[in-house]
Design a protein around this ligand. Structure first.
Ligand code: CO
Length: 321
């Protein structure tokens, strides 16, 4: 079809639009991609750094520094989940935990650029006996990343994921799932189950998902370790606070981290250990903090994890990490 001849006004209008376009800031997809590039390069760097004898704290602080150097912010603290730990371990203040030869180490990195989040994870081990365990979650995630489509249901991915992981002779970690990413929100109201037989949620265009799968040599059940709390975030709602320490912690979290998960060690570093400890305790007591306790399978279990972030376009998924 022939193009209609343009009037002088239309040509003029187009020109002003062109100028405007140059001033328009990056699209969400471009920001998701930039955050993804940073998260990906950090993960590759940490993969090379993770060796027996290395401190978990060194991995965490390296991630913190690389995110800051890239001019971005963490979407959540680096998770270093060793062996039967499934999630929510980040080094506490002055952590002495050291990686050992037989360890299976999951490294999960979250970066945000103006609230647009990249969430990606991989597993490192130092003994070839763990190769299949690592391959199982890697293959499950990579397959799901390829087949996820707008218009489909997340439950279908659960069927696929469980099938692959059980095919290797492992179990999936049932309580953990992939999740919708929203601006400044790591866990949106839709999830991608890691087990078969669920309907799940309808996947829409322009949505962004973190697909993360886990393979366990244990039961696949996970429990919260109430003694290990290294990640928190501000809860919604207003809570009257008594002490200056608690008010300072709240102010710090509001100013720097929105409602995103925060490492307690960051609070210790910013306010000093005494104030941080007191403040966190009061905020926890009044319900002002959402608490991410360390999640573990039974003590002898070993777990691997693999995760990527995908942006849903009409043509299919774009992996940003
Ligand atoms: Co995730």
């Amino acid at each position: 079809m022939a193009e209609e001849k343009k009037t002088k006004e239309e040509v003029k209008e187009e020109k002003t639009e062109e100028v405007k376009e140059e001033e328009i800031e990056e699209t969400p997809l471009e920001k998701y991609k930039k955050a993804g590039e940073v998260a990906k390069s950090i993960l590759q760097h940490l993969k090379g750094m993770a060796k027996p004898g290395i401190k978990a704290l060194d991995l965490c602080e390296t991630a913190d520094k690389m995110i800051a150097d890239a001019g971005m912010k963490p979407a959540f603290p680096l998770n270093v989940a060793i062996n039967n730990h499934a999630a929510h371990y980040t080094s506490p203040w002055e952590d002495e935990l050291v990686l050992k030869k037989g360890d299976v180490v999951k490294i999960d990195c979250g970066v945000q650029y103006d609230g647009f989040i990249a969430d990606t994870a991989l597993t490192v081990a130092f003994d070839d006996v763990h190769n299949d365990l690592i391959k199982a979650s890697k293959e499950a995630t990579e397959t799901a990343v390829k087949v996820i489509r707008a218009g489909g249901y997340t439950g279908k991915l659960g069927d696929l994921i469980e099938n692959i992981i059980e095919g290797y002779g492992f179990t999936t970690v049932k309580d953990l799932s992939g999740h919708l990413l929203l601006p400044y929100r790591v866990h949106g109201p839709k999830s991608i189950p890691n087990v078969a037989g669920r309907k799940g949620n309808l996947i829409l265009q322009d949505e962004v998902y973190a697909i993360e799968t886990f393979a366990s040599t244990g039961s696949g059940e996970s429990h919260q370790d109430r003694t290990k709390l290294y990640i928190v975030r501000l809860a919604d709602g207003r809570f009257p606070l008594r002490t200056d320490s608690a008010k300072q912690v709240r102010r710090l979290l509001e100013r720097e981290y929105h409602r995103l998960p925060v490492a307690t060690r960051w609070i210790y570093k910013a306010l000093g250990p005494a104030k941080a400890k007191m403040g966190i305790r009061e905020l926890s007591n009044v319900g002002a903090l959402y608490q991410y306790h360390v999640l573990s399978d039974t003590s002898e279990a070993l777990i691997s994890q693999h995760e990527h972030t995908v942006y849903m376009t009409p043509e299919g998924p774009i992996q940003t990490t």
